[in-house]
Design a protein around this ligand. Structure first.
Ligand code: NAD
Ligand code: IPM
Ligand code: MN
Length: 367
């Protein structure tokens, strides 16, 4: 498997380094051949090559089996217009790879129950899978502009029925393998584009009579996610709503640094943690690498087809958290036995736990 590693800016390189180390461990233990090649993206690419997505980076990505991305962006590029910012490089990459279904799981780990700002009784048992549409809506709709002379600006939220149907289909298929419920989120009480969205999702739902479909308005959904997160299984929604709701759902886990994502449906799958470049903590060793490491687990599952190894990584994350190890973002609440660790130390703990788990698995097979 060829993996393009685009570490990006801020904490991107710090957390990606740990994720790649875990993939190398998995490859060594399983005897798999993983090849990693790095390239520039985002602010780092603007600095070195004058563009947030240089041609060499795009070529490498398109020639890979998977792309593992850290994060892009930072304060020094904030004054640039949208089409020249680091974030534009990421959006161009998403479009070129073609993946339209961005899977963002949000899970309440029992070991982190006391670290969420929400009460353990509210979060216990929560396991939500957001399916965020990634190639449409306000992010890509035309026309878009800031007309300085008119002192006015506009963006366009646009979807075709086909764009809604294909992402809805992914959501229903995934729900079938889970608790068989899809919540479609829109703003159909105000927006025509949401009325089309609701109609198209309902139509796809007819092909999945075994899956329960409910619709929620995005404002109410934002509240229900905090109030009764256990009621959600798969949540399918348009690009911007999915961006916002998935960050909100990080509160269930306890930190944005815990959330992974995988984007499927295109020529090459794209794997990136949900969080950004976190300029406020970059270079301090405070970044939580578990979102990036769980992203590597999604890569093992969705591209390499190594379900057992994906689960080994996820179980190792659980184990290390159960042992009380916490990066700074997770230390909260009165739980005793919490031990602060740096990004690198957390990566090394994971390395040890993965080794141990796979050793045990191999020993069981040998019996
Ligand atoms: P952010 O996600 O970078 O950070 C939000 C908050 O969460 C910060 O307080 C940060 O310290 C914390 N945080 C994030 N990841 C963490 C981790 N792994 N461990 C510990 N704490 C973590 O969002 P922001 O500050 O709004 O944006 C910063 C930059 O990142 C912007 O330029 C933005 O456009 C960009 N961004 C990029 C991506 C991406 O590349 N996929 C995603 C989101 C934001
Ligand atoms: C995310 C990020 C990106 C998005 C930005 C950096 C373009 O916030 O992946 O959630 O809005 O999609
Ligand atoms: Mn986001």
């Amino acid at each position: 498997m060829k993996v393009a590693v685009l570490a990006g800016d801020g904490i991107g390189p710090e957390v990606t380094h740990q994720a790649v180390a875990i993939l190398r461990t998995i490859a060594d233990l399983g005897g798999y051949e993983f090849h990693f090649a790095s390239a520039l993206i985002g602010g780092a690419a603007i600095r070195e090559a004058g563009s947030p997505l240089p041609a060499e980076t795009l070529d490498l990505a398109l020639d890979s089996d998977a792309v593992l991305l850290g994060a892009v962006g930072g304060n020094e590029w904030n004054a640039l217009p949208p089409d020249r910012r680091p974030e534009a490089g990421l959006l161009q990459l998403r479009q070129a790879l073609g993946g339209y279904a961005n899977l963002r799981p949000s899970i309440a780990y029992p070991s982190l129950a006391d670290n969420s700002p929400l009460r353990a009784g509210v979060t216990a048992g929560t396991d939500i899978l957001f399916v965020r549409e990634l190639l449409g809506g306000l992010y890509f709709g035309e026309p878009r502009a800031w007309d300085k002379s008119a002192d006015a600006a506009w963006n366009t939220m646009r979807y075709t029925r086909g764009e809604v149907q294909r992402v809805a289909r992914v959501a229903f298929e995934l729900a079938r393998k889970r608790r068989k419920k899809v919540t479609s989120v829109d703003k159909a009480n105000v927006l025509e584009v949401s009325q089309l969205w609701r109609d198209a999702v309902t139509q796809v739902g007819k092909d999945f009579p075994d899956v329960t479909l409910e619709h929620q308005y995005v404002d109410a959904c934002a509240m229900h996610i905090m109030n009764t997160p256990r009621n959600f299984d798969v949540v399918v929604t348009e690009n911007l709503f999915g961006d916002i709701l998935s960050d909100e759902a990080a509160v269930i886990t306890g930190s944005l640094g815990m959330l992974p994502s995988a984007t499927i449906g295109g020529a090459v799958n794209l794997y990136e943690p949900v969080h950004g470049s976190a300029p406020d903590i970059a270079g301090t060793g405070k970044a939580n690498p578990l979102g990036a490491i769980l992203t590597a687990a999604m890569l093992l599952r969705h591209t390499a087809g190594l379900e057992q190894d994906a689960q080994a990584v996820e179980t190792a994350v659980n184990r290390v958290l159960e042992q009380g190890y916490r990066t700074a973002d997770l230390i909260r609440g009165s739980r005793t036995g919490q031990q602060a660790v740096t990004t690198r130390e957390m990566g090394e703990l994971l390395h040890g736990a993965v080794n141990e788990m796979i050793d045990r698995r191999n020993a069981m097979h040998a019996v």
